[in-house]
Design a protein around this ligand. Structure first.
Ligand code: FES
Ligand code: FES
Length: 157
């Protein structure tokens, strides 16, 4: 069957099997930042934004999002320039193996869009479903806060 998706602002007409999950469809299209880990809605590594809100693509049927807008990490950076959250994660030592990072970046981005001045608690709550085996979470929490500050100061300039 055919569905259409807007992925990172680009229109796609895609032939899918009715039972395919969004994760598989996105990876087949080349969006390899979308990571499969638990494949059972438990770890957050497959997070993408659906109409701006984080969803787990491993447990979202592609057919259920026909006609809607998806964002992946590939759509966040401009050319070689990293997104401020990616930059801040590197600066804070929040990326070790890196497997969880795309999901964390997208969850952080959705939080900052909705709440440009998140508290530590807001950040912890937002990232609560994004598991990281390597870092102990604090560097990533600091990075989201730092990126939010930077984006606020850019906006105020
Ligand atoms: S791979 Fe989707 S939540 Fe773990
Ligand atoms: S950096 Fe390795 S799982 Fe998060």
């Amino acid at each position: 069957m055919k569905i259409s998706l807007v992925i990172n602002g680009k229109d796609h007409e895609i032939d899918i099997d009715p039972g395919q999950y969004l994760l598989e469809v996105l990876r087949d299209l080349g969006y390899k930042s979308v990571r499969r880990s638990c494949n059972s809605a438990s770890c957050g590594s497959c997070t993408v934004l659906l109409n701006g809100a984080p969803v787990l693509s491993c447990s979202t049927f592609a057919v259920s999002v026909d006609g809607q807008s998806i964002e992946t990490v590939e759509g966040l950076s401009e050319g070689d320039r990293l997104h401020p959250i990616q930059e801040a994660i590197l600066e804070e030592g929040g990326a070790q193996c890196g497997y969880c990072i795309p999901g964390i970046v997208l969850t952080g981005e959705a939080l900052i869009r909705e709440n440009p001045e998140p508290s530590d608690e807001d950040i912890r709550l937002a990232l609560n479903g994004n598991l990281c085996r390597c870092t102990g979470y604090e560097p990533q929490n600091r990075a989201i806060k730092k990126a939010a500050e930077l984006l606020r100061s850019d906006r105020d300039d």
